[in-house]
Design a protein around this ligand. Structure first.
Ligand SMILES: Nc1ncnc2c1ncn2[C@@H]1O[C@H](COP(=O)(O)OP(=O)(O)OP(=O)(O)O)[C@@H](O)[C@H]1O
Ligand SMILES: [Mg+2]
Length: 227
């Protein structure tokens, strides 16, 4: 099943009188359950493409369907619902809320989804999946970078989204920790069938993906399956 369809997408940014063509005519189809990387040099459009798939940014032109829903025709309220129900985000800088405990950070998306029942149980079971069950009362500042990213992975997964988008999830981690985090993501992808799309410049991290789509100057420069 097609989970993401991006058709002829362009994105222009206007900076005074200059126009930056961040994406030019991008076509991309992602099947449910894929574990794929978006690669490419700095400025090639990786974050812009992830933000468009994540319904955080609108393209200048083109078509975007997430789980069969044409998201460009939705109101901002409806978009917020699509994001809450179907998409989880993982960021380079973890983006945890420092005043909340690990468990409270992970529970946060369930509030956005207005879930009433069983929140504590879901949080506990997902913290176990990422190996942090003993840290639920800790604050993010008391954790290592790798542990913080595990909290962010748990937060992205707790609402059972169909897609997880991760923009350079390993860029602030040392190589071994980055590899551990990627392998954790891959294990969760296989176990739950959640589609993962992540960006990276790191060749070794890229090698762990089942498919690599390469961007150059806002255009697709390659699409290869590695499995
Ligand atoms: N909000 C913005 N306003 C103006 N230009 C932008 C904006 N966001 C991105 N751009 C431009 O669009 C192009 C693509 O940027 P993008 O952030 O998607 O690249 P990237 O591949 O994620 O790079 P990096 O690897 O450095 O994160 C760049 O030329 C960038 O300067
Ligand atoms: Mg980027």
């Amino acid at each position: 099943m097609k989970i993401v369809y991006v058709g002829k997408v362009t994105k222009e940014f206007h900076l005074g009188s200059t126009v930056v063509n961040a994406l030019r005519d991008i076509d991309l189809t992602v099947e449910s359950g894929e574990f794929m990387a978006i690669a490419g040099p700095s400025g090639s459009g990786k974050s812009t493409l992830l933000n468009i798939i994540g319904c955080i940014e609108r393209p200048t032109s083109g078509e975007v369907r997430i789980d069969g829903v044409d998201v460009l025709n939705l109101s901002s309220n409806e978009l917020a619902q699509v994001r809450a129900a179907r998409i989880g985000f993982i960021f380079q800088t973890f983006n945890l809320l420092p005043v909340l405990s690990v468990a409270e950070n992970v529970e946060y998306p369930l509030h956005l989804k207005r879930e009433r029942d069983g929140k504590a149980g879901k949080v506990a079971s997902i913290l176990k999946e990422v190996g942090l069950e003993r840290f639920s009362r800790h604050k993010p500042a008391e954790l290592s970078g790798g542990q913080r990213q595990r909290v962010a992975i748990a937060r992205a997964l707790v609402g059972s989204p169909s897609i997880i988008l991760a923009d350079e999830p390993t860029a602030n981690l040392d190589h071994n920790t980055g590899t551990e985090i990627l392998n954790l993501m891959k294990g969760l992808n296989k176990k739950f069938g959640t589609t993962f799309i992540f960006s990276t410049h790191d060749q070794k991290i890229m090698a762990l993906a089942d498919r690599v789509v390469e961007l150059r100057d806002g255009m697709t420069a390659g699409d290869r399956c590695t499995t």
